[in-house]
Design a protein around this ligand. Sequence first.
Ligand code: MG
Length: 487
Amino acid sequence: MAGKPLLILMASLTAAAAAASAATAEATLPPNFVVVFTDDQGYGDLGSQGHPSIRTPRLDAMAAEGMRFTDFYVAASVCTPSRAALLTGRLPIRSGMAGLLTHRVLYADSSGGLPGGEITMATALKEAGYATALIGKWHLGNPPEFSPLRHGFDYYFGIPYSNDMELDRDQNPPPRPAFHLDADYEWWDVPLMRNHTIIERPANQHTLTKRYTEEAIGFIRENREKPFLLHLWHTFPHVPLFASEEFHGQSPRGRYGDTIEEIDWSTGKILDTLRDLGLAENTVVVFTSDNGPWLTRDVAGGSAGLLRDGKGSTFEGGVRVPAIAWWPGRIEAGGVSREMANAMDLFTTFLKLAGVDIPQDRVIDGVDMRPILLENGAGLRNVEYYFRSDRLYAIRKGPFKAHYATWAGYSPEEAEHHDPPLLFHLGHDPSERFNIADEHPDVIAAINKVRDVFLDELIPGEPQLTDGHFRGRWEVPEGIEISLEHP
Ligand code: MG
């Protein structure tokens, strides 16, 4: 009989010791970082952003427990350069990843990629002892020398480029929009990779969100004892749209909503895992999208809400994206920041939070977001540059935005140049409808000055996005062993 209280005492002592050790770990370990990055999700495509028919209860709760951003940008309005900027903290023009007007993203058969000389946040944090993983769509280079494994990631599971590339040329798919809504995943010969190995081709796209989620949770569990950096770069809602059986056909928003609702479920699972493991209070989670909605995909594309235009454009809808930051106990619950911020700022902010030096041998465009995240204070970003490929189209300074050029379609010839620039006040006119250039020559003069200094000092990197074709095929390179191992 005396054994039982003793056992209880021992159990409670063990629990106390575990709690104490967890507390010590939290006090001494630098924070973990998780970036959930969706593909082509528009500013309006979340419940917490006011969408009437996409249901995102977990992301809405994440916003209520954390901070929502109204003016969060990516550095480009298409996938490849936006991703390069997030990882390096640099404008894509500096790393050679801005693209040309003829080649704006990498294709399956492109030979370029994120140059090895770039320092990614994964490289920097790995050197500081972080475990690192990239799960999802990469799109920063297919040849093995550009793999995530060469850019600081210990582990990679995902597809190397967009899910609409490598359309099987023998197929004769029906015209849009059914083409992207009720497609057969076998029409696209997209490989699914684990590290350097192709494990499935074509990837069963119905299963991707669920498998990415399982991989992400596995990575967090394995690395619970040390600091980690996890990038979860979802394949959707980029077209073609696929969801798993549980989500397929469920959303009032149709197939587009199905994919976001599954991503909502996935994000909830990640937050639950962090909580279950006692890591929530030492983990910064950021949710955002790589660029605006693909409006030319009709009902298979998303919505930028009240912002003008979408993917490919330098109007706000192309580059201002939904963003939520979550860090229980550190980031104010229910906070809303109206400060300008950019995905590039995560590079600088994560390194600062980890106590890692910012590289001094190159221009870093990311600024420290800690005043915003930790104090809901004034941000350090005052200017936003809007590039279309390697051309500077617009500049925002404070609430004013000047457009020197605007696009009128996908073809470069359709660009329209403006002298004087179009001028909008993004506070009074977030939809960029009313040109007020005539009333504010002083503002235009000030922004012109910013442009002249910036362009004068800019040293563009060697262009990397110079070849490849939308329907090109990725051939397994010689000398690299790529096996087809079925899971
Ligand atoms: Mg994208």
